[in-house]
Ligand binder design. Structure first.
Ligand SMILES: Cc1cc2nc3c(=O)[nH]c(=O)nc-3n(C[C@H](O)[C@H](O)[C@H](O)COP(=O)(O)O)c2cc1C
Length: 265
């Protein structure tokens, strides 16, 4: 089943529902992407960090366990760091995508039940999770789970400019973007791959507090750029994409460690 994008204009009965809808959407997109990858891609990394797609999935399951079950409810969860071995995320060779997706679904159901059963302003139980510090509220935790360290903005080109629906979506939020890098993937029907829209996006993204990284990933003649299975026809696309995402990851890590020390306002 595909969970629809939680449009800001779709009414929600509570702020808690807004959080759970976003979480459901992101979990569903991740599952769909992973199901679309061949087995060998699930277990290898194309990133500077060496992180594999299966390690990401397992890590996200444990993140929910750590923040909500262990952290907020103060429950005994066995080993809360079971996604790690030493200082690395770890998935054993016999752990399958099907098993890890089932574990992620079960964890998601527990998170949803916890969010539904408590007020967002409720403070969590003291637990080892907080190492003696005061536990945060459920809203802080839910916001953390929804938070991102960077954004990939994917834009077409309309009249040599930003598609209005995209600028409307970007305008709808502000603080949500702040102090994070963005990276622009652009495409168009013409030979320039939407780079004119990208140049205008750079100005807008900087104003929104998420300046774009220097590189772009443009896709010209988008109607011819992929085969029916969605594989790029130009073999250089992959190495360009790897370099582009490594660059974003570098900026995302740099700004994340900057934010950990506070922000200027
Ligand atoms: C209103 C409109 C304006 C467009 N302007 C441009 C343009 O300036 N340059 C270009 O290369 N393609 C242009 N196109 C083609 C789009 O970039 C192309 O169809 C693209 O695939 C649209 O992406 P979307 O369907 O994700 O919105 C335009 C399309 C529309 C509908």
């Amino acid at each position: 089943m595909t969970v629809p994008f939680p449009e800001p204009t779709t009414p929600a009965s509570s702020r808690a529902e807004v959080f759970t809808r976003y979480l459901d959407y992101f979990r569903d997109r991740l599952a769909a992407k992973l199901r679309g990858l061949p087995e060998r891609e699930l277990r290898r990394s194309r990133l500077m960090s060496g992180w594999t797609p299966l390690e990401l999935l397992k890590h996200l399951t444990f993140v929910e366990l750590r923040w909500l079950e262990w952290g907020f409810e103060g429950r005994d969860v066995g080993d809360p760091w079971g996604d790690r071995r030493g200082d690395r995320w770890y998935v054993a060779p016999d752990e399958t995508l099907t098993e890890l997706l089932a574990a992620a679904r079960a964890q998601a159901a527990r998170s949803t039940a916890i969010i539904a059963a408590h007020g967002l302003d409720e403070v969590g139980q003291p637990s080892e999770r907080w190492a003696g510090a005061a536990p945060p509220t459920l809203e802080t935790i839910a916001g953390h789970l929804r938070a991102a360290d960077g954004f990939v903005v994917v834009s077409g080109e309309y009249n040599h400019s930003i598609p209005p629906a995209l600028s409307n979506l970007l305008d709808y939020f502000l603080e949500e973007w702040f102090w994070r890098p963005s990276a622009i993937v652009c495409y168009s029907g013409g030979p320039w791959g939407g780079v004119r829209a990208a140049m205008q996006l750079r100005a807008m993204l900087a104003e929104l507090g998420m300046p774009s990284i220097p590189s772009l990933l443009p896709v010209p003649k988008v109607q011819d750029a992929f085969d029916d299975a969605g594989v790029p026809r130009d073999p250089r696309t992959e190495s360009r994409a790897v370099r582009f995402f490594d660059e974003l990851e570098w900026y995302a890590r740099a700004l994340a460690s900057g934010r950990a020390g506070g922000t200027p306002y």
